[in-house]
Each structure stands twice: as C-alpha cells, then as structure tokens.
Design a protein around this ligand. Structure first.
Ligand SMILES: CC(C)(COP(=O)(O)OP(=O)(O)OC[C@H]1O[C@@H](n2cnc3c(N)ncnc32)[C@H](O)[C@@H]1OP(=O)(O)O)[C@@H](O)C(=O)NCCC(=O)NCCS
Length: 144
C-alpha cells in the first residue's frame, strides 16, 4: 500500500499520508472480518515470491453495493506481463461470488497504466475531482 501511494502521489506525500502501522491495520481489516474484503497475492518462481497484490472490499454508493478495488500493485520488475490483469480477474471473480455487478476504483487522473488497464476491461471514468486530481473508474455489468 505504501509503495503504491509513493508511486502515485510522490515520495513526500505518499510516505507522510498514513503511518506504516495504520496501513498494516487497514490491510488486516480486509481479512480479519472488520470489513467484507479480500487480498489476492500474485506469486512467481520456485520460491513463490510475492510480486503483486490487489485489495478488494464491498462498499456502497447512491446506487447500491459495489466491489471496490482498493489497491493494486505489481513490483516494477514484474510489470507488463499481465500480472495486474490476472489480479483484476481474481477481483472480478470475488465480486461475482458476492453478486456485486458494479466495480470501481479511485486513482490519480495521471495514473495512465491503471486507467489503460481498466479501460481495456470495460471501466469508464464516471467521476473526476478537479480539486484532488482524482478520477473514479467504474464498470457496470448489471444485467439489463
Ligand atoms: C498499474 C499496474 C498495477 C499495472 O501492472 P502490470 O502487471 O504491469 O499490468 P499488466 O501487465 O497486467 O498490463 C495490462 C494492461 O495495462 C495497461 N498498462 C500497464 N502498464 C502500462 C503503462 N506503463 N503504460 C500504459 N499502459 C499500461 C496496458 O493496457 C496493458 O496491456 P498491454 O501490456 O497488453 O499493453 C502497475 O503499473 C503498478 O503497480 N503501478 C503502481 C501502483 C498503482 O498505480 N496502483 C494503482 C493505485 S490506485
């Protein structure tokens, strides 16, 4: 989570926004029952080294429940090999298993790797905060 914040927001803001203890507790809350969430980890090699992860949880907006991709991260040396796409697949399976037909994520408007990745998977920008320079990307797969 911290590496993602640093990469997206820059070192100064990314390291100062939340303490490491807060981030660890926040991640733990997705698997210890405090929120309805999950963490999927991508591993590679004989030693099953962690190379990426996605953190998801159930949230709601004005239209009802949705699946939120809270954080997704792939180590720089593991990028552009489809790892994030597979992590998003895992997130979508989890959402479907909970009957969450809409999914979303929030990111910096300059995060083109993520915007391209999710754009290719059917997500669209549904909200833009000019003040925070953030966008919300959403995929609506509700049956007609
Ligand atoms: C965004 C991120 C998770 C992508 O991980 P990845 O494993 O490299 O992504 P994939 O290999 O699955 O790429 C899938 C598609 O995403 C898009 N994409 C990924 N990286 C890209 C880049 N640097 N520039 C442009 N498009 C990119 C492409 O459409 C790509 O498909 P292609 O390789 O067939 O062209 C990774 O760059 C990352 O960890 N970034 C820092 C953390 C972050 O920004 N997380 C989101 C915070 S909200």
């Amino acid at each position: 989570m911290r590496a993602t914040l640093v990469e997206v927001l820059g070192r100064e803001l990314g390291e100062s926004l939340y303490s490491l203890e807060w981030l660890k507790d926040r991640a733990a809350s997705h698997v210890d029952g405090r929120c309805t969430g999950a963490i999927f980890i991508a591993r590679e090699g004989a030693e099953a080294t962690n190379i990426g992860h996605v953190i998801v949880r159930e949230e709601a907006d004005d239209e009802g429940p949705l699946g939120l991709v809270s954080t997704i991260y792939v180590l720089p040396e593991g990028r552009r090999h489809g790892v994030a796409r597979r992590l998003v697949d895992a997130a979508h399976h989890w959402f479907q298993s909970r009957d969450l037909h809409r999914s979303a994520t929030d990111t910096s408007e300059t995060n083109l790797p993520l915007i391209n990745l999710l754009g290719g998977l059917g997500y669209e920008i549904v909200f833009r905060s000019d003040e925070k320079k953030m966008v919300r990307l959403m995929k609506d797969a509700r049956p007609a």
